[in-house]
Design a protein around this ligand. Structure first.
Ligand SMILES: [Zn+2]
Length: 346
């Protein structure tokens, strides 16, 4: 890429969604007079009697968690989607609505209340990957479930009310908007080139080596060229898999390894338990063939300059489109230079 473009306001194209992002690298020189202090590292106990996710504790629904020792799932007590919703439709002039069925589950990553993914052993993260696979397979095989969204909200700043290591799985009968957008772009590229859009993108990124954060035999973590969040990242399997159920045992472990490597970088960046929303985008489970799909995991972290200064999506972003100041290359360079060992363990 030409240097002039890199130093001046420009737009970058997201090949997966077809959307553009405004990049304003010249603004990174403006003086910063906000907060820069470090967050005090919060120490949590391994068991918290007031936590509704810890083993043996009773939840608001009155149900008691088993004394689980491995990743544990249950149906969300406050599910946004319900499996027995009656089928109804509104088609009244310009008013349009339809009922939606689904199942929402909670996945406790570990019985240990004090852990997070970057602090867990690879072997234990691999068990989480296996649990994601099992849930994807089981939920996706239901006639009423056409898409399975696996995600994690980490940190109070992301609206996560409980620090116990856990994620969620929402599965539903319709195909959500983000998946429809990506399906469209995967398909268009596949029809034209008979190759995966993300495989070709990965090849180009591996040649350039500007935005690569971590790689192993089966996976690559990078800052996407079109990143919106300051330290946004993406984990892409080298092999084109439509969904996580196609991962081999070796790939499950490699997936766990790269999740750990990336989240350690994140924690080390501001020496804090780094907040983010992460999610896995995969092909729909409606029984269709999706030869164009290439599953991937994205991380959207809000922190910008320190453990407390976050990026706000306001003003221009609410009304026009996303914008960022530091470029994806600057973010990648910062992350690449961090120690590979978690800051609390050195
Ligand atoms: Zn807990």
């Amino acid at each position: 890429m030409s240097n002039a473009l890199n130093n001046n306001p420009h737009r970058r194209y997201n090949i997966l969604t077809g959307e553009w992002i405004l990049v304003s690298p010249h603004r990174t020189k403006r003086p910063w007079q906000g907060k820069t202090e470090k967050n005090l590292t919060e120490r949590r106990p391994e068991y918290d009697e007031s936590c509704y996710l810890c083993p043996g504790n009773t939840r608001a629904s009155g149900e008691t968690n088993p004394q689980y020792t491995e990743p544990h799932t249950f149906v969300n007590d406050f599910s946004a989607l319900l499996p027995d919703t009656p089928e109804e439709e509104v088609n009244n002039g310009l008013l349009k609505a339809e009922s939606e069925k689904g199942i929402c589950k909670v996945v406790c990553f570990s019985p240990n209340h004090s852990l997070t993914l970057p602090l867990m052993e690879v072997e234990d993260i691999t068990k989480v990957v296996k649990m994601w696979k099992k849930e994807f397979r089981e939920l996706g095989s239901s006639d009423d479930i056409n898409y399975v969204q696996i995600f994690e909200n980490k940190g109070a700043i992301m609206g996560c009310s409980n620090p116990h290591p856990h994620g969620q799985i929402w599965s539903q009968s319709s195909i959500p908007t983000e998946i429809q957008k990506k399906s469209r772009h995967f398909k268009k590229y596949w029809e034209k080139n008979k190759r995966s859009l993300l495989s070709d993108y990965l090849t180009q990124e591996l040649e350039l080596k500007e935005r690569i954060l971590s790689e192993n035999e089966y996976f690559v973590a990078l800052v996407p060229y079109w990143a919106v969040w300051p330290y946004e990242a993406m984990i892409i399997p080298r092999e084109q898999h439509q969904n996580i159920n196609q991962l081999s045992q070796e790939e499950e472990k490699a997936f766990a390894e790269i999740i750990k490597a990336l989240t350690i970088m994140y924690d080390n960046l501001f020496e804090t338990s780094f907040p983010y929303s992460s999610g896995i985008h995969q092909a729909p489970t409606d029984g269709g063939e999706y030869p164009e799909w290439h599953f991937h995991m994205s991380f959207y972290p809000p922190l910008l300059r320190s453990a407390t200064v976050k990026k706000f999506m306001v003003g221009y972003e609410m009304f026009a489109g996303p914008q960022r100041d530091i470029t994806a290359e600057m973010a990648a360079e910062t992350l690449q230079q961090l120690p590979k060992q978690h800051y609390t363990k050195t």
